[in-house]
Design a protein. Structure first.
Length: 179
């Protein structure tokens, strides 16, 4: 047997490691975090630019005046006042009924939209008969409204008020009565 010369085993050279930006997962995480941050900023910008308005901006004063409102509703009940409202064709017609013999010259119909203050309307109704009142309604859009009917005379003996929730358009009239 002849001796063979010594041969070194071939060594495996380790390849030079790749930089981090050559891998998929770091980019995936960076894109995911960047998308989340940009989405949050975009949401905040849209929320501030298109903020919903307050339906009533004088809510504190409204809260304080609640006793007066209840007394006006009690006055309507005590006087036995009830009404029928018909809205359509750009006009509002109210037929007032009840035990009270006093009929004011003007009524005020306030239509407050359930969510959007810019859709609120206030209509002054003038007496056109003994118990019939007529007024012009402009720019009334369909939707749900809170309707308030009250005398618009400054010298009313006993201020009263009728309230109800209505949905426009409607085929029939709306009945108002004191609760």
């Amino acid at each position: 047997m002849t001796a063979q010369p010594y041969q070194a085993r071939p060594t495996r050279e380790r390849p030079h490691p790749l930089p981090w930006y050559r891998f998929f997962w770091p980019w995936f995480i960076v894109v995911l975090l960047t998308t989340t941050v940009l989405s949050g900023i975009w949401t905040a910008v849209v929320a501030f630019q298109h903020a919903d308005p307050l339906v009533r901006d004088d809510y504190y004063r409204e809260g304080i005046a609640i006793n007066r409102r209840f007394s006006a509703e009690h006055a309507a009940r005590r006087l036995g006042i009830h009404a029928t409202l018909h809205i359509g064709g750009g006009s509002a017609v109210v037929e007032l009924a009840g035990e009270s013999t006093d009929s004011p010259e003007f009524l005020l119909l306030e239509l407050s939209h359930a969510t959007l203050a810019e859709r609120d309307r206030s209509v002054r109704l003038q007496r056109s008969g003994s118990r019939t009142f007529v007024g012009v309604v402009t720019g009334l859009s369909p939707g749900r409204f809170y309707a308030t009917l009250k005398p618009d005379d400054g010298d009313a003996q006993e201020p009263w008020r009728l309230m109800r929730s209505i949905t426009i358009p409607a085929t029939d009239g709306f009945e108002f009565s004191a609760r």
